[in-house]
Ligand binder design. Structure first.
Ligand SMILES: [Zn+2]
Length: 106
């Protein structure tokens, strides 16, 4: 009996830790995101990222049948209204904050 109750408590604590860690990482991800509209300077920084050969660019979800441009299929184009795809109506309204900050100190 006693052991059963202890296991239940340990299980509940484990579940709580698991869910609170998950909630924390979700909150962290939201904190590190920037949503459109972007400023013209942010758009330029995003464009620089899309042309950086060392990182994978943001691409369209429907890119399978898109032509290749800028070294990949369906590379998204940043605008002040958000990301757009040149080849379909896909849009994306967020970026990682480090992407828009990149050149701010120059
Ligand atoms: Zn597309």
């Amino acid at each position: 009996m006693k052991r059963g109750r202890r296991n239940a408590v340990v299980g509940a604590i484990g579940l709580w830790l698991w869910t609170s860690n998950r909630a924390r990482s979700d909150a962290q991800r939201t904190l590190n995101m920037v949503r459109a509209p972007f400023t013209p300077e942010q758009v330029l920084n995003l464009w620089t990222w899309q042309n950086n050969p060392r990182v994978h660019p943001f691409t369209c979800r429907n890119r399978g049948d898109h032509p290749e441009l800028l070294g990949d299929k369906g590379v998204l184009i940043p605008t002040v209204k958000g990301w757009v795809c040149m080849f379909c109506d896909y849009t994306q309204d967020w970026a990682h904050d480090f992407m828009v900050r990149q050149n701010e100190r120059h």
